[in-house]
Design a protein around this ligand. Structure first.
Ligand code: GH3
Ligand code: MG
Ligand code: MG
Length: 454
């Protein structure tokens, strides 16, 4: 019988071995370990050279208290319901600016430990990695600030000018922090979910506005604390309001998307698609619509279970994000039905895109279990494509409804053709109800692009 300490160690090693980290692309665990090692080395160096002072410890303690309070507020505001915007920079930037780098390196560790404990448990390697990356970015910002601000501010004669230079140095350090943070975190985020677009992560309008607001408040709070640490007392309620307003905007945004797949929900998709179709008709630019239905999806649920079915839906949705452009609209239309709207896309191009998506999905192994030994699931989809081409004036009634009806008929034909097919129809055949000549073309594994031209 093993002694209990050995048993615990064994259980611990088993748990580490079960981390999904080891299933990710091979370079990623190496990257995560490197960041962790560099972080530990930086902490070792910074802590061994730091000069402890009672005032620094007091300010650090007060700001850690604010971080803990923000964690509690976040918990109450529902981060565990998936709402994730936070405002920790308001406390961590002052630590980086006003205290030696050792404190800036350590603060995110406390924040992520509290988040793991109080808000939501995620695989520990994720929290450790993020804490190390964020810690390193604030540590670097602290070093940058102290090397910048020590020199020019001291030489400037007048106080207002000194304050302006000081503020600019804070902003420069903040920019360095953000850049370093994104550089370390984004490759890992992208590798663990290849469907995510870096552009969406970095420059989504709402995220950008929130980040700017958070940063500006952080700069003001830093300035306030530099003048008097009592500022912390006045900053806490302000931060609460800021956090609440950001969450409100996030919730509004969340009401636009389908929670299971992250695509637009049916109502939002229809509203936005109707606007796009009207614009295409007005400006006489081409546009295509694709309806997608997963083949024999009921059997997937019956054989592998409903959760596996959900994973398949998410994997299919990620495929759309890989293939579509910024301004295309991808929506979840119903249970296992999706709709894509492709503005400024000709019939031939739409069919090529649909074909690529179909092939990608048919060849994509969908992992449905954490157990690496379990067999991945494979699914296929059928697609109906309708395109507005050159005859908009024939279109009557609701333009989107006409296109949807045409795509639906094409989808029906794709199903009847044996599934795992793309069938397309242009406006000449159905949209607007004018049937001048049949323009139905069908493709499957035998697809050749030349057949798509109309
Ligand atoms: P076909 O090839 O003719 O489309 O066959 P099918 O089995 O895909 O079509 P059917 O309409 O009979 O079944 C659709 C199934 O999709 C039934 C339903 O349980 C399942 N479904 C709908 N929404 C969800 C969901 O959110 N998650 C999961 N796992 N299954 C869903
Ligand atoms: Mg269906
Ligand atoms: Mg189906």
């Amino acid at each position: 019988m093993l002694p209990s300490a050995c048993k615990r160690l064994h259980a611990g090693l088993q748990a580490v071995r079960a981390w999904s980290l080891w299933e990710l692309p091979r370079w990623l665990p190496a990257f995560v370990l490197s960041v962790t090692v560099v972080y530990l080395a930086a902490v070792g160096l910074a802590v061994s050279t730091v000069h402890l002072s009672g005032r620094d410890l007091l300010v650090f303690g007060a700001l850690l208290g604010c971080i803990a309070a923000t964690v509690e507020l976040t918990k109450r505001a529902g981060e565990n319901a998936g709402v994730t915007k936070d405002v920790y920079a308001v406390w961590e930037l002052p630590i980086a600016i006003l205290l030696p780098p050792a404190y800036a390196l350590l603060a995110p560790l406390v924040q992520y430990a509290l988040t793991q404990w109080r808000i939501r448990r995620v695989p520990p390697h994720r929290r450790i990695f993020t804490a190390c990356a964020v810690g390193l970015s604030y540590g670097l910002a602290s070093v940058v600030f102290h090397s910048l601000a020590a020199t020019p501010a001291g030489l400037l004669p007048r106080a207002p000018l000194r304050a302006a230079v000081w503020l600019l140095a804070v902003v420069a350090a903040g920019i360095v922090q953000r850049a370093c943070n994104e550089l370390l975190v984004l490759p890992a985020v992208k590798a663990s979910d290849p469907g995510l677009r870096v552009k969406d992560l970095l420059w989504a309008q709402e995220r950008f506005q929130n980040d700017v607001a958070e940063f500006c408040v952080a700069v003001l709070v830093t300035l306030g604390i530099a003048i008097s640490p009592l500022t912390i007392v006045f900053a806490l309620p302000l931060v609460t309001v800021l956090q609440r307003s950001m969450r409100h905007a996030q919730l509004v945004n969340a009401s636009r998307v389908d929670s299971k797949t992250g695509l637009l929900n049916a109502g939002t998709w229809e509203r936005e698609a109707a606007t796009e179709v009207a614009r295409a008709v007005r400006t006489r630019t081409p546009l295509a619509l694709v309806l997608i239905d997963v083949d024999h999806f009921k059997s997937v649920n019956d054989i592998y279970g409903h959760l596996a079915g959900d994973m398949a839906l998410r994997a299919i949705s990620r495929t759309f994000r890989i293939f579509l452009r910024e301004y295309d609209l991808a929506g979840r239309f119903g249970g296992e039905e999706f709709a894509l709207l492709l503005p400024q896309t000709s019939a031939a191009d739409a069919r090529q895109i649909a074909e690529r998506v179909r092939v990608h999905i048919a060849e994509m192994p969908i992992s449905i279990s954490e157990d690496p030994a379990s067999e991945p699931v494979q699914v296929t989809v059928s697609m109906g494509v309708a395109a507005l081409g050159t005859t908009w004036e024939r279109t009557t009634g609701s333009q989107l409804t006409d296109l949807l009806a045409a795509a639906d008929r094409a989808l029906y034909k794709a199903k009847n053709a044996g599934r795992n097919h793309v069938v397309m129809v242009t406006d000449r055949e159905t949209v607007g109800g004018v049937a001048s000549r049949s323009d139905l073309t069908r493709s499957s594994g035998r697809f050749s692009p030349s057949a798509a031209s109309d």
